[in-house]
Structure formats: C-alpha cells, structure tokens
Write a protein that binds this ligand. Structure first.
Ligand code: GDP
Length: 295
C-alpha cells in the first residue's frame, strides 16, 4: 500500500534523518522532495504545496534547526501533518437510529455492493446489530443477484423487489420491512453509473430525501486517484454525505485519494476496503496510515 510514496518520502527525509548538519537549505530541499513525492502520488499540487508550507511553518516555530534531534523532529512534523491531511481523528458511523439507515452512494464498480456486505457482516459480528441489506439497483438485475449472493455468504437477509423499477419505493419498503421485522440497521445499496451524470445524481438525491438516512456513505475506488476526488466532490455537492469509504487499497494504489479527499470535501474516511472477501474491511485510522506511509 502506497509503496512508491513511502519510498520517495523516505528518500526525501533521509538527508535529515542522518547526523549530518542540518541547514535551512537542506530543509528546503527536503520539503521540495516531499512535495514532489505527494504530487507523484496523485495529490493535487495545491494541497501538496499547502502541506509543505505548513510543515515549514511548524519547523520554524519549533526551531527545528536548533533542536537536539532535528531529523527526527522533521519526520514527526511530516507524520503529524499526514495524519491531519487524512482527517486527524478516527470517525465512526452513526448508528443512533432504530433502525439506523445507512445509504451507500458512488459510481458503478467502486465497490458499493461488496462494501455493503462487508459493513453488514462487520456490524452483525458486533452482536447487538441485526442488519438488513436492501437492493436498490433497478437497472442491473445482476446487481440484485450479487447482493443476494453476498447476503447468503454472510447470512444476512436481503430485501429486494425485482421488477419494481422505482428505487425510492424499494428503499422505503426496505426500511418498513426492517421496522416490521426487528432489524436495527438497514444498509441501502444503490445503482451507480460509470461516470457522474444528472440522472444518477437525481436518483440518489431522491432516495436520500425520501428516507433521510442516519448515515450517507460515499464509496470510492482508491485506484482512481484524482478522479476519485472529483467524484467525491460531485456526490458531496448533492448529498452532503457523512463519510468516505476507500476501496481497493490492497491494489497498487498511489495514495492520492486517501491523502486528498478530506481536504477537498471536508468529510472523514471512515472505512477502507482491502480485498474482495467479506472480512477485508478496516476502520480507517489516519495516524496508523501515516505511520505506515512513513515506515
Ligand atoms: P459496485 O458496482 O459499486 O457495487 O461495485 P462492486 O461491489 O460490484 O465491486 C466491483 C469490483 O471490485 C468487484 O469485482 C469486487 O470484488 C471488487 N472489489 C470491491 N472492493 C474491493 C477491495 O477492497 N479490494 C479489491 N481488490 N477488490 C474490491
């Protein structure tokens, strides 16, 4: 995960990590390399520039050059700033409703159906939660079947209504079914498109309005880099979602989405997907991710 970024940051910070003399010149050089590493990882240039400006300011404020271990202090400053960039604190999912309604949004192929299953399984394992999955993709019968397959794998009931082509009605009926049958979490899987279009946005906005979810999650494929950030912005403008799910972090992803999304939409990454299996879900801890990136 983020191997390339880790290598480049390590190289950039190497100059300062050793015992050689640290000067304003090599701090500036290092920060330039840090910025380059971030941009290569697909972090937007403006964000990367702000990042190094903040680190520089803090370094000056803490008088890094005169500190006992300037190299280590710089590494810490970069690590703290990476943590901040990815959201600072860990953010949970709002499960206060009864049932708690969680709406999934995102493009087709981002991993919504898979993540719906993972989240249902994760919550079911918490014992106090009894989740219901609701299939609202009315365009692709295969998508409904896929959710049923997932439901069977994890032993969670799936509500669907094949033939009904009104996703708002299905979502509402799904929530009613949950209420009538003692489910305390409802996870609504919706239809995505290959790219942002008005029809999809209107549909998800209508579902959102009709069921007023406790939690709206935006699912995005981390392999899509800057596109992930642009898509997040488009969905957030319409839904004002509560959190981001970053999928496919097990692949050869450069890191840009993880590092940029928070500062663009100001919403936390809540979970990550790290594989196709139902167990491949992790709570997102910004500080642990920063530790991992800096090795
Ligand atoms: P949806 O169209 O948004 O519902 O996306 P799907 O859930 O159908 O996922 C699309 C593809 O990505 C499927 O082949 C999934 O198995 C795969 N996938 C989903 N999440 C992950 C993940 O975290 N890691 C990997 N490697 N594959 C994933």
């Amino acid at each position: 995960m983020f191997d390339n970024l880790s290598d480049k940051l390590d190289k950039a910070l190497h100059i300062l990590k050793g015992h050689g003399q640290i000067t304003e010149v090599n701090v500036a050089e290092t920060l330039k390399e840090v910025r380059r590493a971030l941009v290569d990882a697909d972090v937007n240039y403006k964000i990367a520039k702000e990042f190094t400006a903040t680190v520089k300011e803090k370094a000056l404020g803490q008088n890094v050059l005169k500190s006992l271990k300037p190299g280590q202090l710089m590494v810490k400053l970069v690590k703290d700033e990476l943590t901040e960039l990815m959201g600072g604190d860990v953010a949970g999912v709002n499960l206060s409703g009864n049932p708690s309604v969680i709406l999934m949004s995102g493009l087709q192929g981002s991993g919504k159906t898979t993540f719906s299953g993972k989240l249902a399984n994760y919550l079911k394992n918490k014992k106090t939660k009894k989740p219901l999955l609701v299939a609202c993709d009315v365009y692709r019968p295969a998508a409904i079947d896929q959710l049923h397959v997932v439901g069977e794998q994890i032993n969670v009931e799936v509500y669907s209504d094949k033939g009904n082509n009104d996703p708002v009605a299905i979502a509402k009926a799904g929530v009613a079914h949950a209420k009538a049958n003692g489910f305390n979490v409802v996870i609504i899987d919706t239809a995505g498109r290959l790219a942002v279009d008005d029809e999809m946005m209107t549909e998800i906005a209508n579902i959102h309005k009709a069921i007023t979810p406790n939690e709206t999650l935006f699912v995005v494929d981390s392999m899509t880099g800057q596109d992930a950030v642009n898509t997040a912005k488009a969905f957030n403008d319409i839904l004002n979602f509560d959190g981001v799910i970053l999928t496919k972090l097990d692949g050869d992803t450069r890191g840009g989405a993880a590092l940029s999304i928070k500062s663009v939409v100001n919403k936390p990454i809540k979970f990550i997907g790290t594989g196709e299996k139902m167990e491949a879900i992790d709570v997102f801890y910004p500080s642990r991710m920063a530790d991992r990136i800096l090795g």
